[in-house]
Write a protein that binds this ligand. Structure first.
Ligand code: BDR
Ligand code: CA
Length: 308
């Protein structure tokens, strides 16, 4: 059944790949709009990055800008995405602008005007948490929050902390305590879903949409290429692929508690027995996963070229 979705994001290379897969599937997603938040870079930059990509793809969507800093900690941009937050692709100046409404007001309006909505959260959870705190009466309209974040035993900022949760642990705490169904795609499942560099190289010269995907993924994979790895995780793509192809994964119900402080543990997701979260545990078929991902790019390419 088609789902009403809002994507909360901080583009960010992998955010864009996730959005591209969503755009490829109009039969599965009614994309109500995108909200942006401080994360990979300052909110103005990530919003601008998103609008430029939408301009490149010539897709006019509702974009609402959200919070410019976490609930308690300071804004602290990621270095992994370069100076702009989306280094690599050459993008046109934006011909679109944001809606005249804060991200949480946009979420409110969408929740009020639709039966149920799903939030696909690909960034620190500041917008989502403050929406839930500000409009608790609309919680029941949220069918699910499916997020990229957290880890079972690893980390990419601290040894045990993943960026999206580390950046705003207080917001994550609100989300995991909300009693709304939460699906968590953590670092471990994202690593299982890595995309081969050979596949990324194969995008070159395949057309306008593929060129963008290539420039994004090529930059994003540099970290792993320099370390002689032959594949890279495209983190934010995972919750989208999980929605599109749930049968590709195994799942486990668990309890996730958030460490709010700690020199070594800020933002750690403490996973134990319980029920406040559905963990995307393992991937059954990486070849098929990546084949679906490549097909999404071809769908967009075809659509783009037939509309020229
Ligand atoms: C997450 O942090 C960001 O750098 C990515 O966009 C992703 O959402 C991975 O830890
Ligand atoms: Ca992100």
């Amino acid at each position: 059944m088609i789902k009403n979705v809002i994507v909360d994001c901080d583009p960010g290379h992998d955010d864009i790949m996730a959005i591209m897969s969503i755009l490829a599937h109009r039969e599965a997603f009614n994309l109500l709009g995108l909200t942006t938040v401080n994360g990979n870079n300052l909110v103005d930059r990530v919003t601008d990055n998103l609008l430029k990509v939408l301009t490149y793809l010539d897709v006019d969507l509702k974009v609402a800008k959200g919070y410019d800093k976490p609930l308690v900690y300071d804004a602290d941009p990621q270095i992994a995405h370069g100076e702009s937050g989306l280094d690599g692709p050459v993008l046109p100046a934006s011909k679109f602008s944001v809606v005249d409404m804060h991200a949480i007001e946009f979420m409110k309006q969408m929740a009020q005007t639709h039966d149920k909505i799903t939030i696909i959260a690909l960034a620190p959870l500041t917008n989502v948490a403050l929406f839930l705190k500000t409009y608790p009466e609309l919680k029941e309209k949220i069918e699910c929050i499916t997020l990229m974040g957290g880890s079972r035993s690893s980390g990419n900022i601290l040894k045990r902390s993943e960026f999206n949760i580390y950046a705003d642990p207080h917001a994550a705490d609100i989300v995991f305590k909300s009693n709304i169904p939460v699906i968590m795609s953590d670092i471990e499942i994202c690593l299982e879903c890595s995309t081969d560099h050979e596949m990324i190289d194969g995008l070159k010269g395949k057309g306008y949409v593929h060129e963008l995907a290539y420039a994004i993924l090529e930059f994003f994979s540099q970290y792993n290429r320099k370390r002689n790895k032959d594949s890279s995780p495209v983190f934010d793509l995972v919750p989208v692929m999980q929605m599109l192809h749930p049968e590709l994964f195994t799942y486990k119900k668990c309890q996730v508690d958030i460490e709010l402080e700690g020199v070594h543990t800020r933002g750690m997701t403490v996973v134990s027995e319980g029920e406040n979260c559905l963990l995307v545990e393992h991937l059954n078929d990486r070849t098929l996963y990546n084949q679906y991902f490549m097909e999404d790019l071809s769908i967009l390419e075809e659509r783009y070229s037939s509309s020229r």
